[in-house]
Design a protein around this ligand. Structure first.
Ligand SMILES: [Zn+2]
Length: 106
């Protein structure tokens, strides 16, 4: 089993592993190469990650997953920003000139 932690979800609140309901959050994982994401409670997520040699207790894992989620959304924001810049660079030259003139692209 090759589990990867993607982050957390507060939309799915039932563990897909053991069926435990009413969780505050679930941890989003992929199990294996091209599996769809699964939503596990922190205990089951910790168990799944043990298969990868990651030994971490449920509550700590929850915090870590939240940080992973934050980092991922950061990366998403950055790449949005980059594609906007790329679009600007690919834009017609008059548009580029306009941006240069207004100091957006320096
Ligand atoms: Zn569970």
């Amino acid at each position: 089993m090759n589990a990867t932690m993607l982050g957390t979800s507060d939309e799915v609140l039932q563990c897909e592993c053991c069926g435990k309901p009413d969780l505050k959050k679930t941890i989003v994982l992929t199990i294996g190469e091209d599996s769809d994401p699964v939503y596990y409670g922190s205990t089951c997520a910790a168990w799944a990650l043990k298969g990868r040699g990651i030994k971490i207790a449920g509550p700590k894992l929850q915090k870590l997953a939240e940080r992973v989620a934050a980092a991922r959304s950061d990366i998403a924001n950055q790449s949005n920003h980059i594609s906007r810049l790329e679009a600007m660079i690919a834009a017609p030259s008059w548009f580029r000139w306009l941006n240069l003139a207004s100091g957006i692209l320096r």
